[in-house]
Structure formats: C-alpha cells, structure tokens
Design a protein around this ligand. Structure first.
Ligand code: GLY
Length: 357
C-alpha cells in the first residue's frame, strides 16, 4: 500500500492499494468522530461494492444510511443534489457526521458538493472506484454538478478528509471506463513526467491491467503529480490549469458530439493531439512530440479520429472556463513531460486553429 499526503486546506491522506474497500471502516474511523455516515453511490457501484462497504463501516460501529441514484452523467444535476440534501435531512445527519462517496467522478463530485453545502459544510471521504476518479477527480477538492448549459458549472472547492483508492475495484471496471481513465493518466505524463510517460510506453491496455503492482505504482505517480499541482495552486488560478491540457478542444469535441458516442477520455486524447499539432507546427513543441503522443494513445485504445476539424471547434472553445475576456489560457506541452500555460488573445487562438484546417 502507498500513502500520499495532500497539504491543501485541511490536509489529508490518499491511500492506494488492494482490499481498501473491505477495510474502509477502519481507515475512516481514524479521520472522523462521526457516529453516522451517509453512503452515497450509484446503482451500478452499489451492486458491486455497496454491501461490502456498508458492512465494513458498520463493523466499526458507525450507523450507516445509504442513498443510491441512477448511474451516469445525466444524474449529475441539481435535482439529484436536492434529493441528497433531503435524504441527509430525513436521516438526521448532523454537521459532526460524515458523507462517504463510493463510485466514480459523478458520485465524488456530487457528494463533495453536498458536503460543501449541507449545513454550510461537513466532512466527506472519497472511495473512488474508477481509474479516472482515482487518478484525478477524487483528489484536489473540485466538486459540483452540471447545468443544462454545461458541465460542472456550479460547484465549490471542498477537500475530502481521506481518499481510499482500492485498485481491486478496477477489476470490475469495463474496458471503456478503464480506457477513459487512461486519457488522464497519459495527460499527467505529458504535462509533468517524462518518466511516467516512458513507463506507459512499455505497456499496453492488456498488460497494464494484468500487472497490479505496476498499476498501483502508476496510479500513485498520477496522484503524486495531482498532489503537487493542487498544493501549488489549490484554487485553480495558475499552475492547476495545466491539468486542462487537451481539455479546451476536448470539451468542444464532446459538445460537437452532444456528449454521446464519444467518451471524455477519447475527446481529451483528440484535444491533446490537436493542440500538440498546433504547437509543433509553430515550433513551440519539440519535433516528434505529436508522434510519441499518438503512439502512446494507440497502446491504450485512445488514438481515435474525430469528425470535426480544428477550424470547426474554435468557436465552441470560447465557452471554456479558462477563457478570461479577450484572452484564453492554453496548455501546451513543449516536450513529453514539460508543459506551460500560454495566455493568448482569442483572435490569435482562433487563427491558429483555422490554419490547421
Ligand atoms: N481535473 C482537473 C482539476 O482537478 O483541476
């Protein structure tokens, strides 16, 4: 088992290893004086892990109530949030109790937002069960829900008290969801760690999933990268925007497809390729960076071709949260493992995309 400590508001540990869900009560007991825990999960994850986790919590003497909502991004709404708030109220959850998010990014983000807002704030812990949630969304305290106008438009920064990444939970993850998480893993290598990227180049989807020791090491490296970025810029004003590599174009690609028929990971992968193509053609990125990125994406089933051209995606990029008035912050990798934030006028950004066709 590995332990990574995040020194953001409050400070907390992230534990990575096998069998953590079955032992979660013991670890949660160390970080809370709560008597009651509200376990929040979706119907899919509940089927795989709900009973085991509830039992582990009750074994440590916690009283447990469980809220289960339908799985999927379509549940990440203010409607579900209101249902969670009412559930907490009906179950007499107090400020000294604690919420437990069991599941992927939707569950973690929504439970974190409920914890940030219910009774003006209470504790929560994260039990991420997807690769994406383990390497990205469960660490760093971004919480929120979607609006009809876009994803994560309402939210708060709220750090958890503890994150338990049980790598055994990934055994039941479908290939599609595992690949989805690999988009963020490759992104972390591109922006911060040539060593991680080189390690990823030695494996592929099958061999990585089969090798739990390597998988645990890779997940831990990802969390350490995320920890460093969050500690440098918890509230997303500078350094943390590097995590947006591939996401500005990626979000526009998801929007082009109306969020169906393409995963977030595939869209981000395509976004990373496009922006690296722009960077290479302007001599900002080392020649060959795009080729290495493509080959690595290929190993993990992420080197997909998308329909829209860069020119077509430009306007949609302007809705990005990283746009500030007439300028937009773009993340560029000058080489594998080396990234920078470039603040450029919107017009210049649109022209750069147009010239690529
Ligand atoms: N997932 C991006 C961030 O946490 O800032």
């Amino acid at each position: 088992m590995q332990k990574i400590t995040v020194k953001a508001s409050g400070g907390y540990d992230v534990l990575i290893g096998s069998g953590l869900l079955a032992d979660c009560g013991k670890y949660i007991k160390e970080v809370t004086k709560a008597e009651k825990l509200a376990l929040i999960t979706d119907d899919n994850v509940d089927g795989f892990h709900g009973e085991k986790v509830a039992k582990a919590l009750k074994n440590e003497g916690f009283e447990v109530c469980r809220f289960v909502f339908p799985h999927g991004e379509q549940s990440k709404t203010t409607d579900t949030l209101v249902k969670i708030w009412n559930f907490l109220c009906e179950n007499n959850i107090t400020r000294s109790d604690c919420l437990v998010a069991l599941g992927g990014g939707v569950t973690g983000d929504m439970t974190g937002f409920a914890a940030a807002t219910y009774l003006r704030g209470m504790d929560f812990v994260q039990l991420p069960t997807t690769l994406l949630a383990q390497v990205d969304s469960s660490v760093g305290g971004k919480t929120g829900v979607d609006l009809r106008g876009g994803k994560n438009l309402v939210g708060a920064f709220k750090q958890p008290k503890l994150v338990l990444c049980d790598i055994d939970a990934l055994d039941t993850l479908s290939e599609e969801f595992f690949v989805d998480g690999m988009g963020e893993v490759i992104k972390h290598g591109m922006i911060k760690s040539a060593k991680l990227f080189e390690q990823l180049e030695k494996y592929n989807l099958k061999s990585l999933r089969e090798n739990k020791e390597v998988l645990e090491d890779i997940i831990s490296q990802n969390i350490a990268i995320k920890r460093d970025v969050v500690q440098a810029d918890e509230f997303d004003r500078g350094e943390r925007m590097l995590l947006n590599f591939g996401h500005t174009l990626g979000h526009s690609i998801e929007q082009y497809y109306n969020y169906t028929g393409i995963t977030h990971g595939q869209a981000v992968a395509a976004g990373m390729k496009m922006i690296t193509q722009v960077a290479e053609s302007h001599g900002i990125a080392e020649a060959g960076t795009l080729e290495r990125l493509k080959k690595c994406l290929d190993l993990y089933g992420l080197n997909v071709t998308v329909e829209p051209t860069m020119d077509q995606l430009g306007e949609a990029c302007l809705n990005d949260k990283k746009r500030f008035g007439d300028t937009i912050n773009i993340v560029i990798c000058c080489d594998v493992g080396a990234s920078m934030l470039k603040k450029i006028p919107v017009e210049a950004f649109l022209a750069m995309l147009s010239e690529q066709g």
